[in-house]
Design a protein around this ligand. Sequence first.
Ligand SMILES: Nc1ncnc2c1ncn2[C@@H]1O[C@H](COP(=O)(O)OP(=O)(O)OP(=O)(O)O)[C@@H](O)[C@H]1O
Ligand SMILES: [Mg+2]
Length: 551
Amino acid sequence: MPHVSSGPAAPRSRRASGPGGSGGSRLSLPKPLTSFIGREHELAQAKQLLQGSYLVTLTGPGGSGKTRPCIAVATEVAAEYPDGVYFVPLAPVRDPQLVPSTIAQAIGLQDPRDRPLMEHLVSQLRERQLLIVLDNFEHLLAGAPVVTQLLQETSALRILVSSRSSLRVSGEQECPVPPLAVPDPDARPTAASLAACESVRLFAERAAAAVPGFTISDENAPAIARIARRLDGLPLAIELAAARVKLLPPEAILPRLEHSLGLLTGGSRDLPDRLQTLRATIAWSYDLLTEGARRLLAACSVFAGGASLEAIEAVCDAAVDIGLPVLDGLQELADQSLLRQVPGPGSSPVRYAMLETIREYAAERLDEMPEADRARGAHAATFLALVEAGGRQHAGLAKKAWLERLETEHNNIRAALSWYREHDPPAALRLAASLPAFWSLRGHHTEGRQRLGELLGLVPDESTARVSALNGAGWLAIDQGGYAEAARMLGEGIRIGRALSDTTRITWAGSSPWLPPAGRPTRCWTATAPNGARWRTRYSSSPTPWSTTGA
Ligand SMILES: Nc1ncnc2c1ncn2[C@@H]1O[C@H](COP(=O)(O)OP(=O)(O)OP(=O)(O)O)[C@@H](O)[C@H]1O
Ligand SMILES: [Mg+2]
């Protein structure tokens, strides 16, 4: 068994089938839409560490540029991993227990029927030459043992992590990511002397994206050099400052920025300097927005893993009046690099997403607004409505596009479930009761069973939602071979459904596609009269019938 710390040899080159099933190398990395600047030294160092270690963590404060080098490194070394390179975005995942299922999902593995997910994951990855990129691990450190277990029980898997702090597990190689190089304060800044400086290049490239034709000149070079130094070479801060070039030249940005940062960093001496600089730059950028765009940014923090235009509009309509068309506000936020458009999956429309550091700031601003709870409630209601409407339209058909849509919104749905669990448990049960088809067909059995089990315990009322939830829990249990549990769930569902004269759900419970295989409590059929008045469900070859019902 390999050990994380044993200093492995470089991965051999060989072709094999990836965990998703089909053969060949696969590269599943986000495609950055902006240029990548510099970092030659850090990339070389990270690549070298990956040669000698199974676990490499790029660390640095929020917005210091960890995700970008991770993607760059993974792209460059992809050829050494014939079984694929997979990117696992963890920023929107709130629960450390979801680390294994999020990894499994990213690499195309489903929850197995007959054994715990970790066991399945390990068995599928045991011999694979695979690189997994775990992005934004800092808030899931309680899930770090999963990483250790995966590495200890596989022979060629390597993991590259981005995290604000190291995972502190045995064998981890930490690779701190410093800020981008800044201009020498003692050298006279000219266009030529700044051309090679990373932070200045980033400023110039992002400014040119905002104002086509923007270049560094001997005139603006001193101001740009000071901006880059004042922002400590922090890439996110530099991008935010460069976005302002649309309105003001660098010479005019500099005094305003220096003034604001002086004020904004004055108060919180307990934060490390670079963190203060970054926060103050985000605050500066936020303060310069129109009131409506500020409110919109705060409202957008309710989303986990990005959002569609429709969903943002729904939350604004219900809870946060921004006083301008949502699309205009989104445009303003995108212009200021506070929000970005990201392609939706497949042919779906674009989505809007925020970097995690900005989302955290926006969430703090939302907390200060009286509408904060309403906005989070509206977010939950939006996804409850989406899931319930889709459930009706696609009942039983489980259309592929619909399942894709739910997968895209999975983190938003999880956030809605968590919100309702705290604030309106019956609504949480309704939402969960609409998800078993998705959980089953997309391989989220463990999560679905946990959610349903918890909510069924929390909401004991005998309602149609409970019958649906029991049916769903039974279905998920059967999928995983949990027949005794299924018998209990479906039996209770049939009993309550009968008391409620809910023939539809009872019929479902007794219908055949999800019945256990032979030898277990098996076949049944249901007869439902057209008026629903009479129904009958029977079981045969059932050594321990889960239920014998009939009317
Ligand atoms: N070397 C680089 N070249 C170009 N852009 C960069 C570079 N490094 C970072 N950026 C940009 O700066 C912003 C912040 O970078 P990134 O998302 O990598 O930071 P991070 O440290 O991962 O942040 P967080 O801690 O919030 O996850 C992004 O918009 C990214 O594209
Ligand atoms: Mg990141």
